[in-house]
Write a protein that binds this ligand. Sequence first.
Ligand code: SF4
Length: 324
Amino acid sequence: MDDYFPRPKILVSRCLGFDACRYDGQILKNAFVEQLQPEVDMVTVCPETDCGLGIPRAPIRLCNTDAGLVVYQPATQTDVTGQLQATIATILQENPEIDGAILKAKSPSCGLHDTKIYQGVEKPHPLKKGAGVFGAQIQQHFPGAALEDEMRLTNLILREHFLIKIYTLARFRELCAQPSMGALVAFHASHKLLLLAYNQSHFRLAGKIVANHDKEPIVEVLRKYREELVHILDTPMRIPGVINTLYHAFGWISEHLRPEEKQYLINTIEEYRDERLPLQAATRLIEAHALRFANQYLLSQVFLRPYPRVLAGLHDSGRGREVR
Ligand code: SF4
């Protein structure tokens, strides 16, 4: 089994453990960011301090006005939209390619989904929740990347999905750096079970792209494949798709197993279905059997080891899955 993992490129809000740069001079410790840091290439950003608002600073807020969305600092009665947007443009220019981002939830700059947006600048009242200015731009700029806030990543399913996505995108990015049809065929083959678990019908569409019956140039094939890959990885795997995939993997080893071993594996898969065991319980068991019988097909599958083991963790707040 290949133990090589690429290093995903990740943007992170700097206040998440790197600098005391929040408006009130605070820093926020984040266990997942700490765990991830040695394994990935992180670039930290703080649009508010980078644009010169200072630390500490008076809070800013997003206000919906007739002229559009305005970033306003009530204490100084200043519209800071222009300076913030200019800094964001520089950040995006300096980081043309990322696999993902971990941004601070609820921030008027970094928030991705749940920033308060007010109606009007004078006597404002809460209107709705949406993305902060940087959060909105990053979603527009990197529609296929794994973009999450730190609060949603306390949810086990969302965190696993985030890890799977950044490592899959990083592997694909490495492939694109030295493109060849052979490398794409190998990528598709080793990701078969993973992509099947995510989305069976789109996995087949990706397979047609790899077959390249129209003999299109490799650049075009890779562009289409990435589009499909991003679509497949858009939402976390769902249990029925994963169960089908686990039984598919089971089919590769079942003939070698004694009846009681088969039953044990089936019970483990079913306990995962009933949400009494994490997915890793089933994949580890399949991997152990694959090692025992030297099943090279299963051992080549990213599904059994989609990201470094050191990043696995079972803590789960259960929160955040409802926000998309
Ligand atoms: S949320 Fe974003 S802008 Fe605000 S302090 Fe953190 S990194 Fe800076």
